[in-house]
Design a protein around this ligand. Structure first.
Ligand SMILES: *Cc1c(COP(=O)(O)O)cnc(C)c1O
Length: 840
């Protein structure tokens, strides 16, 4: 029998919700396993046990997330929305257990199922909602924000298909769809009641309000629904749980209905598909734009839904009163991708809440902050005006208005300088006029930051120089960092334990404390322990390489690693040339000084990036020739690890001796892979590029293998670059090129590497591979010298970890908060709750 309609059921307040704590963990695990999932046997993959454990942990996250939200909302409190098209989260289970301090209880609970966490964790798919460094940075930042108890909410897209899975067939990259949600995603909670509508297409008309003011309205748009899915982000042992809100696109109900009623059933279904396409797939291009309409739709979809979410929350609490809105909000734009948010915020304030332009612009330019991630011109996004006119007609008008007012400012700064107007305009003139999205971000933001000291200086001196002249106060540097929870405590438990024994465990929450390791750098007993940990980590990588590549690595050899997206500027090609050089030495019998080494490369190429795919094929062919040559076996093994991702890196960086960071100077904005390796005691061979410079400064020049041209020399070198001459004058490079050109690595595939050979020999090679070769080989010889002296190497390794304190993303986020966001930390409620627990 249904109850009387006006009888309201009063649900217990959340304060009375059943408690979840350490004491109930085993029971909760069983309950989820037997009842929520309806299982009674643990299969080989342990998938259901993983799900049960994830749900058990999620219960604890939900409880804390509620308290965190309460704290954020109970008073007016300044907060940051971090807008990013990418969040490369990897797996969540191990990290959540670490941050909630539940390792022991989980281990105990899993005993009943005759298994352990390491095995169960294998069932989790990586959340690969990003390409590489930029997306992983966003993930590290969320961990640091929660660990520092900062009120920061991440906004992203819930791609149905994340970064593609890479298989290698006959040495070629094959892309396979990443259907990461197929077996369910236990961490997310959807909130369909908080869905937003995002407009596309349609047209704009004027109307006059009752005060006689003219307004614009965006009519006959085709709306798409943005449905939020919330992923909890736990802080490290502080009971803070922040939120990452990911939007999924869905069709709205009514246009289905209207079409249906009009009898056009199939059109309705087609439109539904169109709406759902928006969040279907992540674009797999790293550091290059793709100019596809669907990508622009993704950018606007994320920006609009996220801004509406923040503003709806504000209006529901404070009404349509925006005078102090800017005191309580920051929108941090992770790269140019969400820069359309500048225009969208203007649209919402001016069109929906009828603020006048000046007031809206003042709010926008007090709340938007922009992080630039690259100097590569091919990555700077431009969208054609005609595309905007069709897809986002009202947004185009707003951009024109922003531009007109901005150009008036330019005219004041440089009177009569028409060339400046042309150069700085948000609209690039030409047969197909384009909107310069990075310029929109700069004009609309109060903060513009680069991601390493050199990168920020190059932005100010080059790409954005005129903007720097106009607004020097906007520009600042925030050198990237990585979270020491995932990238040391979680991925290198043996090293973590060793650190705890010698310097205590405070380094996990305060990574500057890792410098205390310095005092042990000369202690022979500590050396032995340090070496044992590295050896054991290398053993784990040996297993991974054997299983995934079928190549036998040997933990007694030096592990030389380059893993990152495959890109010409990152110069995997230079690495391969060095490998061929070593192979040539071995074949010539010049082995007296060779330090036996295992070279590992890995990384994905954008599916449309021809040269990057060729480089993958070259690496695989070179590896095959070397690995099957018995002469080489004692000295050199080479493997290409397929499908490099966050989870693979968790095994790779703890096992690495030598970290390859060899980009052409001035091209790598920061790099973060370099930091993960350093934390785990690898030594770096690298150019003076991105954060390498700061790494070398921190650890000292003696503990870093430097080579190659410097950024400020590049233009001069390019002016007289003659690689063929360099090849003829450099015996080692000459021999390497001979091997390549003789087809030694493509005996049955003639001409396969002609393009690569031509690129190296081209006087227009932007990456200067031939130029830096000799210097690279020399630095590699210094590496060998150093490695032969085990005590010396161990000392340098310890000093690298000890000097890595400033590369924690906690340091980076503290600087964002101090200089840009100005946030107050939330209360650490863990102490409070612990006393509650004890007293009850
Ligand atoms: C850290 C990381 C990157 C970034 O590496 P760089 O060497 O800085 O380019 C890319 N992909 C994954 C999976 C990572 O973990």
């Amino acid at each position: 029998m249904a109850k009387n309609a006006d009888q309201v059921c009063v649900v217990k307040g959340w304060q009375d919700a059943p408690t979840v704590d350490e004491s109930t963990l085993d029971d909760d695990l069983s309950r989820h396993f037997y009842y929520t999932l309806g299982r009674d046997k643990v299969g080989k993959s342990q998938l259901y046990l993983y799900h049960a454990l994830a749900l058990t942990i999620r219960d604890r996250l939900v409880a804390r997330c509620r308290v965190t939200k309460q704290q954020i909302h109970e008073q007016k409190r300044r907060k940051t929305a971090y807008l990013s098209l990418e969040f490369l989260m990897g797996r969540a289970l191990g990290n959540a257990i670490l941050n909630l301090d539940l390792d022991e209880q989980v281990a105990k609970a899993l005993q009943e199922y005759c298994t352990e966490l390491e095995q169960v964790a294998e069932a989790e798919h990586d959340a690969g909602l990003g390409n590489g460094g930029l997306g992983r940075l966003a993930a590290c930042f969320l961990d640091s924000c929660a660990s520092l108890a900062l009120p920061v909410i991440g906004y992203g897209i819930r791609y149905e298909y994340g970064m593609f899975n890479q298989a290698i067939e006959n040495g070629h990259q094959i892309e396979q769809p990443d259907n990461w949600l197929r077996e369910g995603h236990p961490w997310e909670l959807s909130a369909p009641e908080q869905s937003k509508r995002v407009k596309f297409f349609g047209h704009v008309e004027s109307y006059t309000d009752k005060y006689g003011r003219e307004h614009r309205q965006w009519l006959d748009s085709q709306d798409v629904l943005a449905v939020p899915y919330d992923v909890p982000i736990p802080g490290y042992k502080n009971d803070i749980v922040n939120t990452l809100r990911l939007w999924k696109s869905e069709a709205t109900d009514e246009f289905d209905l209207s079409e249906f009623n009009a009898g056009s059933y199939s059109e309705a279904v087609a439109r539904k598909n169109l709406a759902e396409q928006i969040t279907m797939v992540l674009y797999p291009n790293d550091s290059s734009e793709n100019g596809k309409e669907l990508r622009l739709r993704q950018q606007y979809f994320l920006s609009s839904a996220s801004l509406q979410d923040i503003i709806d929350t504000w209006v529901s609490k404070h009404g349509e009163e925006f005078s102090d809105f800017a005191d309580y909000h920051v929108f941090q734009l992770n790269d140019t991708h969400p820069s359309i948010a500048v225009a969208e915020l203007m649209r919402i304030l001016v069109d929906e809440y009828e603020l006048d332009w000046q007031e809206a612009w003042s709010i926008t330019t007090k709340t938007m902050a922009y992080t630039n991630h690259t100097l590569l011109p091919e990555a700077l996004e431009k969208w054609s005006v005609s595309l905007f006119a069709r897809l986002l007609p009202r947004i185009l008008e707003i951009i024109y208005e922003i531009n007109a007012r901005f150009l008036a400012e330019v005219a004041l700064a440089w009177p009569g300088d028409v060339e400046k107007q042309r150069a700085l305009s948000l609209i690039e003139e030409g047969p197909e006029p384009q909107i310069r999205m990075a310029y929109l971000a700069i004009v609309g933001s109060y903060s513009v930051n680069g991601v390493a000291a050199l990168h920020t200086e190059l932005l100010k001196a080059g790409l954005f120089n005129e903007f720097y002249q106009l607004w020097p106060e906007k520009f600042n540097n925030k050198t990237n960092g990585v979270t020491p929870r995932r990238w040391l405590a979680h991925c290198n438990p043996e090293l973590a334990k060793l650190l705890n024994q010698h310097i205590g465990d405070e380094w996990v929450a305060d990574f500057s404390k890792v410098s205390q390791l310095r005092r042990l750098y000369d202690d022979p007993k500590f050396h032995k322990q340090w070496q044992a940990v590295k050896h054991s980590n290398k053993q784990r990588l040996v297993e991974l390489v054997k299983n995934r590549c079928g190549v036998e690595f040997d933990a007694e050899m030096m592990f030389d690693v380059q893993v990152k997206r495959i890109h010409e500027y990152k110069r995997q090609l230079l690495n391969v040339l060095h490998v061929i050089h070593l192979y040539d030495r071995i074949r010539q019998g010049d082995t007296a000084n060779i330090v036996p080494r295992c070279v590992l490369l890995g990384g994905k190429a954008a599916p449309g990036y021809y040269m990057a795919k060729k480089i993958i094929k070259l690496i695989n062919n070179v590896a095959e020739v070397i690995n099957k040559d018995p002469l080489a076996k004692p000295y050199l093994r080479v493997a290409f690890l397929p499908n490099y991702n966050v989870t693979a890196m968790e095994t790779i960086c703890p096992a690495t001796d030598l970290s390859e960071q060899i980009s052409t100077a001035g091209k790598e904005a920061s790099g973060t892979g370099n930091m993960k390796f350093m934390m785990n005691g690898a030594l770096t061979i690298g150019t003076l590029d991105g954060a390498n410079i700061e790494i070398r400064d921190a650890v000292g020049a003696d503990n870093f293998f430097l080579f190659g041209a410097r950024a400020e020399q590049i233009d001069d070198i390019k002016a007289h670059y003659n690689p063929e001459q360099i090849i003829h004058q450099t015996d080692s490079l000459y021999k390497v090129m001979q091997l390549l050109e003789s087809g030694h690595f493509n005996l049955f595939e003639p001409n396969l590497f002609d393009d690569i050979i031509a690129a190296i020999k081209s006087p227009h090679d932007p990456w200067l591979v031939a130029h830096d070769f000799a210097s690279f080989v020399e630095a590699q010889e210094q590496v060998e010298q150093a490695y032969l002296d085990t005590a010396h190497w161990t000392k340098m390794s310890i000093l690298n970890t000890a000097a890595s304190g400033m590369f924690s993303s906690d340091r980076t986020i503290s600087q964002y908060s101090d200089d840009i966001w100005h946030l107050e930390p939330l209360l650490d409620t863990s102490a409070q709750q612990n006393t509650q627990k004890k007293s009850s």
